[in-house]
Unconditional design. Structure first.
Length: 413
């Protein structure tokens, strides 16, 4: 490539300073053509056409750059001749310039034809490989799940005999960090069903009516992949009490959720709905009537056996020695699974800092874990404070009898 002349260098600088100045850019392109730099000229002309697609001068320069005969070289037209028609293959030119500039017109991508405006979104539907045996401890929770939910689903002959429909709704509630999501995955694994986890961000949308459409699409995807477990996390955010809502948009979302759960318009056989919340008292009461989320399960902090399993899981890939899991589990009674994970992280951090300071790598020992147990504070006592008031003064119909019994048993009343 020949070295630019001073005039071309000046014009390049001027074009960089004013990229939307089409006459200036075309002047640069004409000089580049005169200088034999056709490729660079085409780049400048194409950029000019991006700003001014109807520019006759730009089209004339493009014809010249692409090797077509210039219009001014043709014989002068007769007054009786029809206007000349300049034929130029813009699609071919755009293809040649695809690495330089974007095409002027872009057709919608469609592999097998036009996109169907009613096509369902591609929700992330998983196959759960977790079963209840993978959930450490929580014996009472497993018994309740087996009796109220799993046994009828596993026995199709008995289900048909007793007229049990292949659908269901279960509300998991309890303090945060106690494994409600993990239990939902285990239920899907026990049923051999697909698993579709839905969060608040998947549903809510800034445009009116789109949140309801998103919710409908979730259930449509679940019906198409039945048997499928739909897990609605933080159900109080999507299905909160309509009486306390100030915005009609959120009320419409709750109404749509009620419609989808009813199955009046759609066949919900094979769709199992599991919902989780830390605040069941904030869930709309209509969601908890028979036929919707009609069964409730309290997921409490892990018991001794479950705490040992959780601690073993979070220490499995760390360098440890002399760790007594049973002793550590006893000292963490009333801790959530998230608290136990934080305990292991804190102990590992202390050992890491000590190793960095001494220059000698050492193992994580029981003293590190016990010191971390004194430093970390359980995070769920504030939840029990709020739950105690609800269980004592707002226990309509015995909804929170199980919670009330636990509070009495653990002397939190």
């Amino acid at each position: 490539m020949a070295e630019d002349t001073p005039l071309i260098r000046s014009l390049r600088s001027a074009v960089e300073a004013a990229p939307a100045d089409v006459p200036l850019r075309l002047h640069l392109a004409a000089l580049l053509l005169d200088d034999g730099e056709s490729d660079q000229a085409v780049t400048q002309i194409a950029a000019a056409l991006q700003h001014e697609p109807g520019s006759a001068e730009a089209r004339k320069l493009m014809l010249r750059a692409m090797g077509a005969p210039a219009p001014d070289t043709a014989p002068p037209p007769s007054p009786t001749d029809p206007p000349p028609v300049v034929s130029f293959d813009w699609a071919s030119a755009e293809q040649q310039l695809s690495d330089t500039v974007q095409p002027r017109f872009v057709e919608p991508a469609a592999a097998d034809g036009e996109d169907d405006p009613g096509e369902e979104p591609a929700w992330d539907i998983e196959s759960s490989h977790v079963v209840l045996a993978d959930v450490g401890g929580m014996t009472e929770v497993k018994k309740r799940l087996e009796a109220a939910f799993l046994a009828p689903m596993r026995n199709p002959e008995l289900r048909r005999l007793y007229g049990k429909s292949l659908r269901g709704g279960l509300l998991l509630y309890g303090p945060p960090g106690c494994g409600k999501t993990f239990i939902a995955r285990a239920v899907a694994g026990e049923l051999g069903a697909k698993f579709l986890s839905v969060s608040l961000s998947d549903i809510l949308d800034m445009y009116i009516g789109q949140s309801e459409r998103n919710l409908h699409d979730v259930f449509a995807a679940a019906r198409a992949n039945a048997p499928c477990v739909v897990f609605l996390d933080e159900i109080d955010a999507v299905g909160g009490k309509r009486s306390s809502m100030r915005h009609n948009a959120m009320r419409g979302t709750v109404n749509q959720l009620l419609l989808e759960l009813d199955g009046a318009q759609y066949d919900n056989d094979g769709v199992f709905v599991l919902a989780a919340t830390n605040s069941p008292w904030d869930v709309d009461t209509a969601l908890r009537r028979p036929g919707r989320l009609d069964r409730t399960l309290l997921v409490l902090p892990p018991d001794q056996e479950a705490r040992e399993s959780i601690l073993r899981y979070h220490l499995r890939d760390r360098p440890i020695e002399g760790v007594e899991l049973s002793k550590l589990a006893k000292k963490t009674d009333g801790w959530s699974g998230a608290d136990l994970a934080h305990l292991c992280e804190t102990a590992a951090e202390a050992a890491l800092l000590d190793s960095a300071a001494s220059g000698r790598v050492r193992m994580i020992g029981m003293p590190d874990l016990l010191a971390a147990a004194k430093e970390v504070r359980p995070s769920i006592e504030s939840w029990f404070t709020a739950a105690r008031n609800v269980a004592m003064f707002a226990n309509e119909g015995g909804t929170y009898d199980e919670l009330l019994a636990f509070l009495k048993r653990t002397r939190r009343l």
